[in-house]
Design a binder for this molecule. Structure first.
Ligand SMILES: C[S@@+](CC[C@H](N)C(=O)[O-])C[C@H]1O[C@@H](n2cnc3c(N)ncnc32)[C@H](O)[C@@H]1O
Length: 229
């Protein structure tokens, strides 16, 4: 990638290798998904789910396992990665695809979703846009609905953030990442990533009006945050 490449074209270019590369990059990737779904109240029987930044559909596949009869809306800015996702779930009629930007979500009806999920995607927009997104999602959720997402977060100060990055590098190499893979992710991080502290997300979500918010799981710089409308 080059430094001025957009996030959309970065993921367009990576789309056919993404499913393999991400598992070499993110420590305890499957555990993140397990925890994201594990703490959703068992009484919630979601009929409509929105997956923000679905990529090739790794989280979408987990959602389908947990909620096989729900209507799952997979959304991503990258057309090519969305095509990979579409091919992966070919023949499955309850997954719907939306090429949209988080900053311009186009769902007209308020209270459309019982559950909004996302993994490792929201950090691609700046804090002011995250705050606007949370307001939009609060409106799109039904009363009692859940917004649960996993994301890369920074730390309470820069020293801790840098220590997180150093630990991430060690773990990524243990998972099989090469120096070339790491350099590619770091270039992407410099160009497109806006990591915020976990408590920043909690404050924003509370401020937005969610009734309850918490960090339900954390490892190094990956946090799973749940909010109840
Ligand atoms: C690291 S991938 C995560 C994919 C998937 N959720 C997973 O866990 O494997 C981040 C995804 O977010 C998408 N994305 C980044 N910025 C976006 C934006 N502004 N609007 C919509 N999607 C975006 C990217 O295209 C990419 O597919």
């Amino acid at each position: 990638m080059n430094k001025t490449q957009s996030v959309e074209s970065f993921y367009d270019e990576l789309s056919n290798q993404y499913t393999e590369l991400i598992r070499k990059c993110v420590p305890r990737y499957e555990e993140i998904f397990y925890n994201l779904f594990h703490y959703i109240p068992s009484g919630l029987k979601p009929r409509n789910i929105l997956d923000l930044g679905c990529g090739t559909g790794n989280l979408t596949a987990a959602a389908l396992q947990y909620y096989p009869t729900a209507q799952i809306h997979a959304l991503d800015i990258s057309g090519d990665i969305l095509d990979e996702c579409r091919q992966r779930f070919a023949g499955i009629s309850n997954i719907h695809y939306h090429q949209q930007d988080f900053n311009q979500l186009d769902f007209k009806d308020e209270s459309s979703f019982d559950l909004v999920i996302s993994s490792i995607a929201i950090h691609h927009i700046v804090d002011a846009d995250k705050a606007a997104l949370y307001i939009k999602l609060h409106g799109l959720l039904k009363p009692g609905g859940i917004f649960v997402f996993a994301d890369q977060t920074s730390g309470m100060n820069d020293e801790i953030y840098q220590k997180h990055i150093a630990r991430w590098k060690q773990e990524a190499f243990k998972l099989g990442s090469t120096q070339e893979n790491w350099d590619m992710w770091m270039l992407h991080q410099t160009a497109h990533d806006y990591h915020s502290p976990t408590v920043w997300h909690l404050d924003q979500l509370r401020h937005t009006g969610f009734a309850a918010v918490d960090v339900i799981w954390k490892n190094i710089m990956w946090s799973v945050i749940m909010s109840v409308k």
